[in-house]
Ligand binder design. Structure first.
Ligand code: G6P
Ligand code: ZN
Length: 567
């Protein structure tokens, strides 16, 4: 037995630093910004001060992330500040690695030997943004339900960053070895303080097995994943976590997941050979997903609709039914059609996973998704890339269940999607992103679009002058959301133009960038006629795209002749 190391607390004076407003999903800035004196400390203390005292003093907190550059420094700082703020224990994933969905699962499910449960988590991630010394770092706080902090808390955090004067820190606390599983105990002014490093993979796999779909995949998952994909090892691309994500951009879409896209026979750089039947990619913190079939891309908006349409038969977790479904506003209305046809409760929320949490806590929503490659369910309160893959595996298994010997033709990802379109109609969909645009110009573009909305007849006159082959606009507004559970109101959540034929144009400024402004343009067109659901989406959408660019004066405002990324 050795005595626990005793630490003291010092109070450090500081002053507010500009620009610490959490975005769609926490605070994301360049690493060099985070490395400024007191930058991280101010934000962490502002967060502690935004929480009720019992969520700090004596509490258990999780601190982990996607392992990006600066995480190992940041975790030590947060441990020292947690100790000084009277936190009882901190749980850290080995090498600071925990995916965002795993953190959510850990908050909800994990308990210590004395029955302790975590009441919150600092997640160190900038999600799909690149990592490394010259790239992005990020931090966000999740609540005791396992979901991202609601706006009431993030607003308070921001207010606190504007007035902060000091923070306590246990400077003399030695750095904890986060590469070794185990508990290190300390003794401070508030009593005992423990740091427990645990194996994130073990815990996550256990939780996924428990929570999700273990045993569902069975024989057909084996056939699809192992036999169709070939040897197991060769099916895994880029699966060693790196501080800089290998220099790549860890965003699962057709532009950035180049290797997978080529392997699946999509895009120009087809690697040759027969592509596998199923492919999937995740982002830096593994909450986003992209689902691919052989030479086939599933849009995230279709993915959530298809999961919802098939969940009850194919996924045992949902065997007793769906409590409701939800999507973010810019996500296509494919899910709406499924909800209507299956008579499910349906919600349209602003962009940001935090808005789904209240619905789930209130038992109003089981499955939800966003166009931004996020899909999830109420097993946790974050989107979950691995869950989405397991959900698709389950659907594939279910659709092939009468073909156990493999003699009949495999029902493929593409078959499932085309069948879905034939039943529910298709929402042609695309998103244009203009990244790192001058913030002032982006604001002007948005103001121009809001001004146009004041007269619909005027808008329709302008539209007819640009394209005579698109429908009339029936209404236009800035999306506003009233949370049906707590009544909170979120304004200015994107500019919408809704057309008489169900088409939509949506314009938003991204809340996840770290430099300049990113303008997102979402374009959607509904096609009910089953014989017309097989077109190339960029073809089908070209009149609307043309209209959107001209109506918004995109080129004039941004000086960009084409978007940075099209998804
Ligand atoms: C994060 C959030 C999502 C959101 C996405 C895009 O991944 O968790 O809920 O949809 O960012 O946000 P943005 O503001 O960049 O469009
Ligand atoms: Zn992410």
């Amino acid at each position: 037995m050795h005595a626990d190391m005793v630490f003291k607390v010092s109070l450090v004076s500081t002053s507010p630093i500009d620009g610490q407003k959490p975005g769609t999903s926490g605070l994301r800035k360049k690493v060099k910004v985070f490395k400024q004196p007191n930058y991280l400390e101010n934000f962490v203390q502002a967060t502690f001060n935004a929480l009720t005292p019992e969520k700090v003093k004596g509490a258990t907190l999780v601190v982990s992330g996607d392992g990006r550059y600066y995480s190992t420094d940041a975790v030590q700082i947060i441990i020292k500040m947690a100790a000084a703020n009277g936190v009882r224990r901190v749980w850290v994933g080995k090498n600071t690695l925990l995916s965002t969905p795993a953190v959510s699962a850990v908050i909800r499910e994990r308990s210590g030997p004395d029955g302790s449960k975590a009441t919150g988590a600092f997640i160190l991630t900038a999600s799909h943004n690149p990592g490394g010394p010259t790239e992005d770092f990020g931090i966000k706080y999740n609540m005791e339900n396992g979901g991202p902090a609601p706006e009431s808390i993030t607003d308070k955090i921001y207010e606190n960053t504007k007035t902060i004067k000091e923070y306590p820190i246990a400077k003399d606390l030695p750095n904890v070895d986060i590469s070794t599983v185990g508990v290190t105990s300390f003794e401070g002014p508030d009593g005992k303080f423990d740091v427990e490093v645990f194996d994130s993979a073990d815990d996550y796999v256990k939780l996924m097995n428990y929570d999700a779909l273990h045993g569902v995949a069975g024989a057909y998952a084996h056939r699809i994943f192992v036999e169709e994909l070939g040897a197991q090892e060769s099916a895994l691309l880029n699966c060693v976590p790196k501080e800089d994500f290998g220099g790549g951009h860890p965003d699962p879409n057709l532009t950035y997941a180049k290797e997978l896209v080529a392997r699946m026979g999509l895009g120009k750089s087809n690697t040759g050979g027969e592509p596998p039947e199923f492919g999937a990619a995740a982002d830096g913190d593994a909450d986003r997903n992209m689902i691919l079939g052989k030479r086939f891309f599933v849009t995230p908006s279709d993915s959530v609709a298809i999961i919802a349409a098939n969940a009850i038969g194919a996924i045992p977790y949902f065997s007793s039914g769906l409590k409701g479904v939800a999507r973010s506003m810019p996500t296509s209305a494919a899910l709406d059609v499924v909800a209507k046809s299956l008579n499910l409760k349906f919600f349209e929320v602003p962009t940001g996973w935090k808005f789904f949490g209240n619905l789930m806590d209130a038992g109003m929503c089981s499955v939800c998704g966003e166009e931004s490659f996020g899909t999830g369910s109420d097993h946790i309160r974050e989107k979950d890339g691995i869950w989405a893959v397991l959900a698709w595996m389950s659907i594939l298994a279910h659709k092939n269940k009468d073909n156990l010997d493999g003699n009949a033709k495999l029902v493929t990802v593409e078959d499932i999607v085309r069948q879905h379109w034939a039943t529910y109609g298709r929402h042609y969909y695309t998103r244009y992103d203009y990244e790192n645009v001058d913030a002032g110009k982006a604001k002007e573009l948005m103001e121009h679009l809001v001004k146009l909305q004041s007269s619909i007849p005027e808008v329709n006159k302008i539209i007819k002058g640009i394209r005579s082959d698109v429908a009339n606009v029936s209404s236009a507004d800035e999306f506003e959301y009233k949370d049906p559970v707590d009544g909170s109101i979120s304004k200015h959540q994107g500019i919408r133009y809704l057309f008489e034929d169900g088409s939509r144009l949506v314009f938003r400024l991204s809340g996840t960038g770290s430099e300049g402004a990113t303008i997102r343009l979402y374009i959607e067109q509904y096609e009910k006629d089953a014989s017309k659901t097989g077109r190339e989406s960029q073809d089908a959408l070209s009149p609307l795209v043309d209209l959107a660019l001209k109506l918004s004066k995109m080129v004039e405002f941004t000086g960009r002749s084409s978007p940075t990324v099209i998804t």
